[in-house]
Design a protein around this ligand. Structure first.
Ligand code: PEP
Length: 249
């Protein structure tokens, strides 16, 4: 039985007051949920300690939105994987499309980050997904396959079950356009096949869908055989919406 996971990506949103309030409301709601879903809150790095403290008594864990390719040294502004682990993070998001697009992150850099995060005992959520032009050209399976092969090229056999893959079609992120459940399922099946071909225990690995997941489309997406949960951006900033999505998992 694969584990079900819902991860909240707050992106560059939040404040001390907002983080405390939202985590409190989410905690209250999750206390009544018993569908076995694992929940991870991924705030901006500066709020990780605060969110971790607020989650202390619960099963919900905290993650970081990115880790540096370096672990320590003269790299001003960077936050390393060992530091994230040290302040209580359990997950690292790596390769989000906003970082690939806006900050020029390459698959080679992403492979370094995956390696650092796993070495620092973090679980990794690797984001993959095609652009609109790639989807229109029918290239989504090839693009996602390459991102997986390169981004996860250095994962050792012992670490596979600490890797989660999030399929996030770029054209669906923050746009209100969601992939149909059938289209999402079709790419998820390719992801599982690709992982299998890489020697990973693909049937046991958790695969997430992300891209404008909302309370009204979550159930149909999560009902697909290869979709084990979601990576939630905009809707994770509203406790009622996020809780409704957790309930749908
Ligand atoms: C994301 O940021 O990973 C995401 C899926 O965003 P949204 O849910 O807002 O599309």
């Amino acid at each position: 039985m694969r584990r079900k996971l819902i991860a909240a990506n707050w992106k560059l949103n939040g404040s001390t007051a907002m983080a405390s309030g939202l985590v409190g409301d989410i905690q209250d709601g999750l206390a009544e949920l018993d569908n076995g879903v694992e929940v991870v809150i991924i705030p901006p790095a500066i709020y990780a300690t605060l969110v971790n403290a607020a989650l202390a008594e619960s099963e919900t864990s905290v993650g970081i939105q990115d880790v540096s390719r370096w672990n320590k040294g003269a790299y001003t502004g960077e936050v390393s994987a060992p530091m994230a682990h040290d302040v209580g993070c359990r997950y690292a998001l790596v390769g989000h499309s906003e970082r690939r697009e806006l900050l020029g992150e390459t698959d080679t850099l992403i492979a370094d980050k995956v390696d650092n995060a796993l070495s620092a005992s973090l679980n990794v959520i690797l984001c993959v997904g095609e652009t609109e032009a790639q989807r229109e050209a029918g290239a989504q399976d090839r693009v996602v396959g390459e991102q997986l092969k390169q981004g996860l090229s250095r994962v050792s056999d012992a670490d596979w079950l600490r890797v989660v893959v999030a399929y996030e079609p770029v054209w669906a992120i923050g746009t209100g356009r969601t992939a149909t459940a059938e289209d999402a399922q079709s790419v998820h099946a390719v992801i599982r096949q690709t992982l299998n071909g890489m020697g990973a225990p693909a049937e046991e690995m958790t695969l997430l869908y992300g891209g404008s997941v909302k309370p009204d489309n979550a159930k149909e997406l999560f009902a697909q055989p290869d979709i084990d949960g979601g990576l939630i951006g905009g809707a994770s900033l509203s406790a009622p919406d996020f809780l409704a999505i957790c309930r749908a998992a």
